[in-house]
Design a protein around this ligand. Sequence first.
Ligand SMILES: Cc1cc2nc3c(=O)[nH]c(=O)nc-3n(C[C@H](O)[C@H](O)[C@H](O)COP(=O)(O)OP(=O)(O)OC[C@H]3O[C@@H](n4cnc5c(N)ncnc54)[C@H](O)[C@@H]3O)c2cc1C
Length: 478
Amino acid sequence: MPQQFLLLPAFNGQYEQIQDHCPRKPCQQSAGGAEGCCVQNGTTAPASQYDGINLMNGGGESQMAGVPKVVIIGAGFGGLQCAKKLENKPVEVTLLDRNNYHLFTPLLYQVASSLLNPSDIAQPVRSILRGHRNLVFRQAEVTGVDFDAKRVLTHDAGDFAYDYLVIAAGSTTNFFGVAAAEQRSEGLKDLSEALGLRNHTLHCLEEAAATGSMEEARPWLTFVVVGGGPTGVEYSGALSELIHGVLPREYPELSASDVRVVLVEGLDRLLPVFPEDLGEEAQRALEARGVEVMTGLRVTDASEETVTLSNGDVISARTLVWAAGVKPAELAAALDVERSRNGRIEVDDALRVKGHTDVYAIGDVASFIQDGKQVPMLSAPAMQGGRQAADNILRTIAGERLKRFKYHDKGSMATVGKGAAVAQVGRFHFHGYIGWLMWLGVHIYYLIGFRNRLVVLSGWAWNYVRSDRPVRIIAKAK
Ligand SMILES: Cc1cc2nc3c(=O)[nH]c(=O)nc-3n(C[C@H](O)[C@H](O)[C@H](O)COP(=O)(O)OP(=O)(O)OC[C@H]3O[C@@H](n4cnc5c(N)ncnc54)[C@H](O)[C@@H]3O)c2cc1C
């Protein structure tokens, strides 16, 4: 599935009713008779009852006897919204993630292109959950789920018992079977990949500066980016800005005109999920920044020093950045559940995993069908799905009918560089400066944490005024 960017819209939670999802015993008539309701098996209790209780006891066992346990796998966009919706509710929530932070992926490319620091776009999960006593976080790599025993299995933190499980494990890079690319390319999917890409790019500039001839320097100065979706477009625009802003000032040995940034897209145009005029606009803006756009071509092979295209051309390049697509997280394949053709976990109208009434799947990992199509792998459906799953869990506990999930698409946007972005909101299309200002506003709004907003805004202001990308330390972890 190709990667797309959409607006990250606030969603006010107006859902349609689902006809009959009473999860346990059959419905009794409610007092008002307006809405059917299901009798539960008595685990519900008022929120105040749980205040101040020490929730966890070592390896994942709870001290809150009788309280429904909700385990959420993944503290990404979907998992976090789900947890937040359950705060101060009569449930005990354990949020699991292999990382101890929540990552704001839409700005990841700005870490890779030396504009922002990792901590500007990532927030420790514990700081997000601070003060919510029915929510706990455990850093753990989930390896599987024992659905019969209702336990989540982890590699490093024991098992976690659940009454309700939410799978929100996201997605991973899809190399579409190009094995050489998998081994040799730089990725842009998580923080460690973004840092690796930043180090690699800066290292290439140093290597090029140290060579004695242009012929030797050329492969170090050629950057091939694969994928004309938003990630590829945004990264190649930012890389071009990095090169043209920094090289003339700090690398007297090199000339910015010797650098090639090549963006390769398999389809015949950029941003295929956007309207055609916006794809063309993005291409124009990239080309104006010196990016070579090649459409209708695929990368078929790669070595340390070359990239081979589907038309047989071989580009001499030390850098191959893979931004071509995503597939569901590996965990999906490890579970005994029904999956769609592209590997996403199949869910019903209420977001429950087919065949498992107490297990929900949301976001990139889930295959939810709306209007005959899979809902896209984007942060907005993940966040909306997270809130809906939480709501349906609370409804189940309260003995109420579940509600059908409905994804509300508020639009799409992608930036090409300073002062240039494309945006689609309903039937309105924006580009250039206006699109860019919209892009800035939406991303600052959705970034978590006041400090991060402040730091990112000042980073953008610095870049705007100075055309500088200041985070150019080649820092390697031991
Ligand atoms: C570079 C980039 C830019 C993007 N830009 C945009 C954008 O501008 N707009 C937009 O709408 N979307 C964007 N997306 C897509 C968006 O990030 C995803 O659609 C969204 O994150 C999906 O949310 P999620 O909750 O399903 O998964 P995620 O947010 O990916 O969260 C999944 C979490 O699960 C954890 N996890 C996974 N497997 C395990 C395991 N086995 N054990 C423990 N933890 C695990 C991960 O560490 C992660 O924290 C972008 C994606 C990328 C990579």
